[in-house]
Design a protein. Sequence first.
Length: 342
Amino acid sequence: MTSDTSAITRQRRGPSMAQVAALANVSSQTVSRVANGLTNVDAATRDRVLAAMDELGYRPNSAARALKTGRFQSIGVIMTTLSTYGNMRTLDAIATASAQAGYSITLMPITVPTQGEMAVAFTRLSEQAVDGIAIIIEAHTLDNSDIVLPRGVPVVILDSDAGDRYTVVDADQAEGARLATQHLLDLGHTTVFHLAGPESSFSAARRTDSWRATLLAAGAPVVEPVVGDWTVESGYRVGLQLDPAVTAVFAANDQMALGLMRALHERGVSVPDDVSVVGFDDMAEAQAFWPPLTTVHQDFAEIGSRSIQMLLHEIEDSSRDVGTTIVPTRLVVRASTAPPRP
């Protein structure tokens, strides 16, 4: 090998730990401590090492660090639906919480949460060396005995039911739907129509069940819900055909509520004078709807933070008991709801 070739090879490999140590005038062991985030280095020395790393463009060898610590500082995320507001906010919250804990994330989308697709997703994430996996599948899957996740990898489940087999973090879907339905009943509406989410969705089913239970408890008539697909378009289609006798609607998410309100406006139906509308999620734009939308707030940042916190606890101690954490929801009352016309 010529000297020119050796120089090119060294350049491709990047600076070494020894070079960083020499520039910072410390030992290689000190550089290793700083690179691994250990705290037994005084602040001035740490700053000097970090400055040397920055000047040389040094990047710690994650594979070598993993061999020493048993941690890859990486979390895998398996998701089925990227287009819904709730899933994207949850993914954003997970990414933020992971970064704050010093972890990166690897996203593995799947089309249909079958045993085969789940197994392939797990295999691919295992090949990429993740410490744990968060699953956001928004479906009745993990409460189905046909779906079995591989053992040995810490897992946290969001937006599904895993029984007592896995750690679960979810918003209080049932309480949110109860608050929405009861709010409309308390305004004086004789019953509440429901624009439901997809039948395959675990969250949608929880909201529908709670809506129905709230009406039954109040002795109010129950009209079978119309099923949408979370999109503005599905809400718009329902709004075009909404029975004129309906005075109150609980939509299972804000996007469908927006489509519904647009259709009612085009029909000359006033919100809230003729029809009161409540959504679910409290997306940032909900307060800018016209009229501003009454909706159920989900704390996606808290859901993401809790899920990563629990997953990291399981990574640190695999003998910890699994459990379910429910994050509270709350009703945000705006101008889209009012008492029915006399």
